[in-house]
Design a protein around this ligand. Structure first.
Ligand code: S3P
Length: 435
């Protein structure tokens, strides 16, 4: 599937973007581990979370859709599935499920699509093995095989990179280990697991960059409502900031400080962004976000700022191309290990659209063309099968001279089903072509 986007336009009105993917995965997994019936409202029904639902169903958990609610009947544990668990495109599912399977005695093999089968797993298998798990990968990548029956011992893990996926996998395993399992990160990554565990009645010790759980935990069923995904909202924030005369309200967005880096960075670039009606949704802070079109200046972004904006950097690169002056990103080598190598994929697309940029091992320098009305030339770019690259370049069309064609967009539905329709409603002229 490819998107053909006509140049120009502005974004106006109100939108509630797709529900948060990270929180949806966790809600399904924790509800499956709880003892009793949990209700999850507004769960994201994208392909990644559907794979998580299928995974827990394969482990004997009953999951039913009831209108906009998902009812999960946990049994306080999981059965071993027959056959492999297919994690599709989802790194979050595969990594978190490694922790679940190792801790909760599930015998299984985890596989995924061609992108996921190339992603690094040693960062998960190694610390789980140190805790006592019988877990193997293939040259550092999937498939991951977990053999049940091992007793796990809690320990303190000092992570070499800030990663919520590694942290969450270890905490989930730690729920059933002997003693305490602690994780210390170099910078704070998203903390949805820590927040949600407390909703399920599990205490989490948190001190600075350290969080810890004790073993033999019992999860009590609960009700969870999922807010809109800030990383899906990020595309519309960028679209609204770069398209003159835009004025868009993004409703019910999760504004957890470990996720709202994109707002901070866009504001530093000069964007007009208001956080309205701040409130709480379960354990997560939410707000309505108003974004108005305006002009931007280039900024320097350093490693400490990366985790809170990790999934939003492709969109931010598009904003950077429209800024006055250079934007320099460093300390972001993790971007090379996502659904695609996002530094390479974005650099390639930006150059095809006439924007100067230079990549480094851990970042990129983008030459802002803020003095030009049409920043992007128009042309054809490749999303590399990566949902976030596809949506980022869709926004570029708002400041392009000619149409932008984005190839290989099927995976947009992993995180944002209905993106095309919502983009159209907001003012982007996007046609979906199947050839
Ligand atoms: C996620 C964590 C991030 C993010 C991914 C989702 C999660 O990955 O990029 O899209 O739900 O925990 P890392 O934790 O590996 O940085």
């Amino acid at each position: 599937m490819r998107y053909v986007i006509s140049p120009g336009g502005e974004l106006r009105g109100e939108l509630r973007v797709a529900s948060d993917k990270s929180i949806s995965h966790r809600a399904v997994l924790l509800a499956a581990l709880a003892d009793g019936k949990s209700e999850i409202s507004n769960v994201l029904m994208g392909e990644d979370v559907r794979a998580t639902i299928a995974a827990v169903q394969a482990c004997g958990v009953e999951v039913n859709e009831d209108g906009k609610r998902l009812i999960v009947k946990g049994k306080g544990g999981l059965a071993s599935p027959v056959g492999d668990i297919d994690c599709g495109n989802s790194g979050t599912l595969m990594r978190l499920f490694c922790g679940v399977a190792a801790g909760w005695n599930v015998n299984t093999r985890l596989v995924g699509d061609s992108s996921l089968m190339k992603r690094p797993m040693r960062r998960i298998t190694e610390p789980l093995e140190c805790m006592g798990a019988d877990i193997t990968d293939k040259n550092g990548c999937p498939p991951v095989q977990i053999t049940a029956g091992k007793r796990l011992f809690g320990m303190s893990h000092k992570l070499p990179v800030a990663s919520a996926q590694i942290k969450s996998a270890l905490l989930l395993a730690g729920l059933r280990a002997e003693g305490e399992t602690a994780v210390i990160e170099p910078f704070a990554s998203r903390d949805h697991t820590e927040r949600m565990l407390q909703m399920f009645g599990v205490p989490v010790r948190r001190e600075g960059l350290c969080c810890a759980v004790s073993g033999k935990a019992v999860l009590s069923p609960t009700r969870i409502k999922i807010p809109a995904d800030p990383s899906s909202a990020a595309f519309f924030m960028v679209g609204s900031v770069i398209a003159p005369n835009s004025d868009l309200l993004l409703k019910e967005v999760c504004v957890n400080p470990t996720r709202n880096g994109v707002i901070e960075l866009l504001r530093r670039m000069g964007a007009h962004i208001e956080m309205l009606n701040p409130r709480k949704m379960g354990s997560e802070p939410v707000a309505d976000i108003r974004v108005v079109g305006g002009s931007l200046r280039g900024i320097d972004i350093v490693g400490a700022e990366v985790p809170a904006a990790i999934d939003d950097l492709p969109a931010l690169f598009v904003a950077a191309a429209t800024a006055h002056g250079k934007t320099r990103l460093t300390g972001a080598s993790e971007l090379r290990h996502k659904e695609s190598d996002r530094i390479a994929a974005m650099a390639d697309g930006l150059q095809r659209l006439g924007v100067g940029c230079e990549t480094t091992e851990d970042g990129i320098v983008i030459e802002g063309r803020g003095d030009k009305k049409s920043v992007f030339s128009g042309g054809e770019v490749d999303s590399c099968g990566d949902h976030r690259i596809a949506m980022a370049f869709t926004m570029a069309a708002l400041r392009a001279k000619d149409s932008v064609v984005v190839n290989d967009c099927d995976n947009v539905s992993t995180s944002f089903p209905g993106f095309g329709k919502m983009a159209t409603a907001a003012g982007i002229r996007i046609a979906v072509s199947k050839d």
